[in-house]
Ligand binder design. Sequence first.
Ligand code: FAD
Length: 316
Amino acid sequence: MILVYTESEEGKIKKIALEAVSYAKGIADQMGTSVTAVAINANDTSELGKYGASKVLEVSDDKLNKFNGEAYADVIGQAAKSEGAKVIVLTSSANSKFLAPTLAVNLEAGFVPNVVELPSSTSPFKVKHSVFTNKAFANTEITTDIKIVGIGKNSYGLKENETSATTEAFTANLDAHDFDMEVVSVDKATDTVTIADAEIVVSGGRGLKGPENWGMIEELADILGAATACSKPVSDMGWRPHSEHVGQTGKPVASNLYIAIGISGAIQHLAGINASKVKVVINNDPEAPFFKAADYGMVGDAFEIVPELNKKLKEF
Ligand code: FAD
């Protein structure tokens, strides 16, 4: 049996969790078994069957309203033990990466993050995963009895696989945990679309000259239903919130479309966004390194191109 942890945010199952269910179903088919999803304080789990879960364990506990890595790892571990799971699928979100090592220690399991495709073989269990901020791939064999994999965002995709899922309440023993913690602040993007979940990201760099010029970037993002992002200097200078900083030292982006406007394409920026499927650059310097990394490029002044692009897109 394959167990998949389906993350939610404010009660809503995240899209990356549905991708993880799709991936878990892929492994389950390879191994001739089924998928059980474990959802913590999710409001609605009805969608999980659509992607291949045949059982959903619903955990409801107010103590788990705030993310607590050790407690979450314990809940998933207890669910895995009660179901006899041999493979556990997580996403590669910050929360999953936080809880995964604890879960691995608790279950004496091997863990591989950023897995990009189904195992090439399930016996022995071998997975391909990205390393060095997506610059290379490695193939790793997990030799422990229980195996944990974290699926890289957008690497497997959503695959519908309608399954009739049963739902059960699951009560985990949380006695070992201290929930007396205070959340000082949450670095949360102000956008309705977060960078982690976005299909499209519109990103601005120092070429935009100042925060007062972000109106056209926000407008473009609005039209496309995209998240906004920025290069490091832009957030360092306080033009945009740090939650928007992408790159090697910022958030990783693995969107379907990444539009970089007035960003030179320094190696540290590209390291964080090169998992995006299609990259478009708008820059007035034809020698900007981003053009070498991009699939499509427009050489020109962003202050002319972006308003024109917005106008044309609105006509559709
Ligand atoms: P610039 O390099 O100044 O580029 C601005 C671009 O805008 C230029 O290419 C210019 O031609 C273009 N431009 C100017 N005017 C216009 C116009 N009117 N229309 C169109 N284009 C125009 N950077 C990150 O982004 N993310 C990171 O995570 C990150 N981590 C780092 C970690 C380390 C250890 C170090 C040393 C650096 C890191 N950096 C990171 C910084 C990185 O090296 C670059 O300095 C940074 O990415 C440059 O940001 P930029 O492209 O916005 O600015």
